[in-house]
Design a protein around this ligand. Structure first.
Ligand code: NAD
Ligand code: UFG
Length: 348
């Protein structure tokens, strides 16, 4: 697929920006569409710089997926070999309060994209699904065959979009679709030049920890220390964002196979790490003490979840290279160089 032209929706965001960099370095021509709802164009500028000579192969368009005519114009002017579809809203708590916003943005946005892709004969897609589709799994590791369930509107958008993808493949076997179920992406590019920069109060563990470390928040609230886990705190499968980005290149390569159909892969490390283990690894990497406040469980949280990675290893030839020490090292490198994210940067 190298030298092919790839559309990346949501490419200015956290996972998207890291993936776009790997695409450029792999020789792909890359076009980003993003409405910048949860991201900054500075990320795009930095990706271009990090890509060196390959940076010239990156084009950015500020387009909202709900603006179907704008998407259609883009596909009329540019031929894409495949689309990697990251664009979506992802805050679980917000989705509970604003379900229609999530259904509209995530589902209608995706349906618009798929319609325009079909109209222009571009039928190769990699979609960002999530381990959230396993709900509260009865056992671990989660294999791709586990029953699916959603515990909130955000999760339901992922479930519905997975089903939509299966339906369009059934209706038209020319489609080749890979659904990647990510576990918990953390860390940043080792340069410390791009990373996660959430708007408002972070929902996720590591962005919160990072803001405590740089003095933006006084303490981390630990949601539950009475789970049946090694230290009582929740266990997750944390995954370096650069490994995740590489998983997308592996998925794109897989799309060249004949008869791939609509396939799903877990993208995780297969290892479970508790909240306290993660905090301790971050303290070691940063030399900063993270004050903790022990609190009750967060509604909707699973106790333990981690991936079976066999299928991705076998069929995508992909597995994670980095462990939690590297994740925390790179998270801290990014945080210490950009304590207020992109907007405070001198090199805007
Ligand atoms: P992010 O918010 O950093 O990136 C998403 C990007 O999509 C943002 O740049 C945002 O501006 C853009 N966007 C949103 N709605 C849009 C629209 N209608 N039109 C155009 N652009 C739009 O999030 P991320 O962490 O990079 O996540 C990327 C994808 O991966 C999302 O679909 C998310 O649900 C999924 N995912 C993320 C995680 C995680 O923990 N980060 C886990 C599993 C799955
Ligand atoms: N946690 C805290 N304090 C915080 C934030 C999180 O103790 O301030 C704990 C949680 O209770 C959980 C663990 O840290 O035990 C990880 O929580 P995250 O919010 O970082 O991650 P989740 O696994 O709950 O959810 C994330 C995304 C979902 C996605 C899922 C699987 O938010 O959208 O990973 O990919 F679906």
């Amino acid at each position: 697929m190298a030298n092919k032209s790839i559309l990346v929706t949501g490419g200015a965001g956290y996972i998207g920006s890291h993936t776009v960099l790997q695409l450029l370095l792999g020789g792909f021509k890359t076009v980003i569409v993003d409405n910048l709802n949860n991201s900054s164009e500075i990320a795009v500028k930095r990706v271009k710089e990090l890509a060196g000579d390959f940076g010239k192969n990156l084009v950015f368009h500020k387009i909202d997926l709900l603006d179907k005519p704008a998407l259609n114009d883009l596909f009329s002017s540019t031929r894409f070999d495949a689309v990697i579809h990251f664009a979506g809203l992802k805050a679980v708590g917000e989705s509970v309060h604003k379900p229609l916003l999530y259904y509209s943005n995530n589902i209608i946005g995706t349906v618009n994209l798929l319609e325009i892709m079909a109209k222009h004969g571009c039928k190769k897609l990699v979609f960002s699904s999530s381990a959230t589709v396993y709900g509260w799994p009865k056992e671990v590791p989660c294999t791709e065959e586990f029953p699916l369930s959603a515990t909130n509107p955000y999760g339901r958008t992922k479930l519905f979009i997975e089903e939509i993808c299966r339906d369009i493949y059934c209706s038209d076997n020319e489609w080749k679709i890979i659904l990647l179920r990510y576990f918990n992406p953390v860390g940043a590019h080792p340069s410390g030049y791009i990373g996660e920069d959430p708007r408002g109060i972070p929902n996720n563990l590591m962005p919160f920890v990072q803001q405590v470390a740089v003095g933006r928040r006084p303490a981390l609230t630990v949601f539950g220390n009475d789970y049946s886990t090694k230290d009582g705190t929740g266990v997750r499968d944390y995954l370096h964002v650069v490994d995740l980005a590489d998983g997308h290149i592996a998925a794109l390569n897989k799309l060249s196979d004949l008869n791939i159909g609509c396939e799903v892969y877990n993208i995780g490390t297969g290892k479970g790490t508790s909240v306290l283990e993660m905090v301790s690894a971050f303290e070691k990497a940063s030399g900063k003490k993270i004050p903790l406040i022990m609190a009750g469980r967060r509604a909707g949280d699973a106790e333990v979840i981690f991936a079976s990675t066999d299928k991705a290893k076998r069929e995508l030839k992909w597995s994670a290279k980095y462990g939690i020490d590297e994740m925390c090292r790179d998270q801290w490198n990014w945080a210490s160089k950009n304590p207020h994210g992109y907007e405070s940067s001198d090199s805007n």
